[in-house]
Design a protein around this ligand. Structure first.
Ligand SMILES: CC(C)(COP(=O)(O)OP(=O)(O)OC[C@H]1O[C@@H](n2cnc3c(N)ncnc32)[C@H](O)[C@@H]1OP(=O)(O)O)[C@@H](O)C(=O)NCCC(=O)NCCS
Length: 308
């Protein structure tokens, strides 16, 4: 591991956005979420998050050279700060300075925990976290379905009177907020969304209302939903299952499987070459649905926690 250097942590400023974008592209896939390739899309994503980038993002480096970052999301309702954090290999010796930034954000927000995700099985960052008092608390599987396998999915028969329909317009944003908050209530790491956050997400082209499906009960209640995303890269279109679930009183009726199959079909019809998602490793019902649909596991994201 490189020795600690005189790299310093500085607050993010908007004029450093191109440097941050360049760093994120250089780092590739890491932590718990992906970032768009272009600077403009990164700006849009940062603006849609519930953060103040100038206080919640720290950059590591020396003048004119940024080699690491930490981004903190404070979630008061679940009493935690979630952190995306990474450095280039030559600056990994200074990752502790970014960890200190994240811990400081948690202390100033007066929450009890900092959560950090490590993608893959990179031993060095895990050791560094453990040395800094972090403990493993959860694991997510990364699953992928390739187009050829997705094409095999048959139409799913729905329980009597239930239907699956597309979201009609942004006007159903409140409905989507209520359903998402009910479906994930009590789930590890889920922080309730406000209608404004859901609307901001729906206004992004990758996760717009045309990518949301609702399952409706015979009485017209929303029984579940499937929120997909499409990302257009230079060489291929990538589909994502962004959020999905069935409200508790409608579970075990086959709606989860029907929504997943309908979501995959939607993404393939939009030209997705493959479909990606993340699922909590011990979510037996969800893992079963995805595996039956043909998804294969290709990676893991491990969450670490430090009480502060
Ligand atoms: C996961 C979830 C979507 C499943 O929806 P559902 O409508 O209850 O699932 P289905 O009725 O379609 O059942 C699908 C499969 O899971 C199995 N299953 C359902 N509930 C289960 C449970 N509690 N434990 C184990 N297996 C279960 C069913 O037997 C079925 O498998 P089979 O066809 O091989 O018999 C639902 O439980 C949910 O919304 N959970 C909370 C949100 C969530 O976890 N979303 C997924 C995040 S990626």
């Amino acid at each position: 591991m490189p020795d600690s250097t005189d790299n310093r942590v500085q607050a993010f400023q908007w004029e450093l956005l191109p440097d941050l974008s360049e760093l994120l592209n250089r780092l590739g896939r890491h932590s718990f979420r992906g970032w768009p390739e272009s600077t403009d899309e990164l700006r849009t994503e940062l603006e849609a998050l519930r953060i103040d980038p100038e206080s919640d993002i720290a950059l590591l480096g020396s003048p004119g050279r940024i080699c690491g970052y930490a981004l903190t999301l404070t979630e008061l309702d679940v009493d935690r700060v979630v952190t995306a954090l990474a450095t280039t290999d030559d600056c990994s010796g200074d990752a502790g300075k970014l960890l200190d930034f994240a811990i400081g954000r948690a202390r100033s927000a007066n929450v009890s925990a900092v959560h950090i995700a490590i993608r893959g099985v990179a031993v060095e960052p895990m050791e560094k976290l453990v040395e800094s008092g972090f403990e493993r608390v959860a694991s997510n599987l990364e699953l992928t379905l390739v187009r050829e396998d997705g094409g095999q999915i048959k139409d799913t028969r729905l329980a009597d009177g239930f239907t699956i329909r597309p979201m009609r317009s942004l006007a159903e944003g409140l409905l989507l907020t209520q359903v998402q908050n009910r479906v994930f209530e009590g789930h590890w790491g889920f922080s309730k969304n406000t209608p404004e956050e859901i609307l901001a997400r729906l206004e992004l082209p990758v996760t717009g209302p045309e990518h949301v499906l609702f399952a409706e009960s015979p009485e017209g209640d929303i029984a579940g939903y499937m929120w997909t995303a499409l990302e257009w890269h230079q060489d291929h279109t990538c589909g994502k299952i962004w959020m999905t679930g069935v409200v508790p009183e409608f579970r075990s009726l086959g709606l989860g499987r029907a929504l997943v199959n309908a979501g995959v079909k939607h993404l393939l019809s939009e030209g997705a070459a493959d479909v990606h998602l993340e699922v909590v490793e011990d979510n037996v019902a969800a893992v079963r649905i995805y595996e039956k649909a043909g998804f294969k596991s290709h990676g893991k994201i491990t969450w670490y926690e430090k009480r502060v």
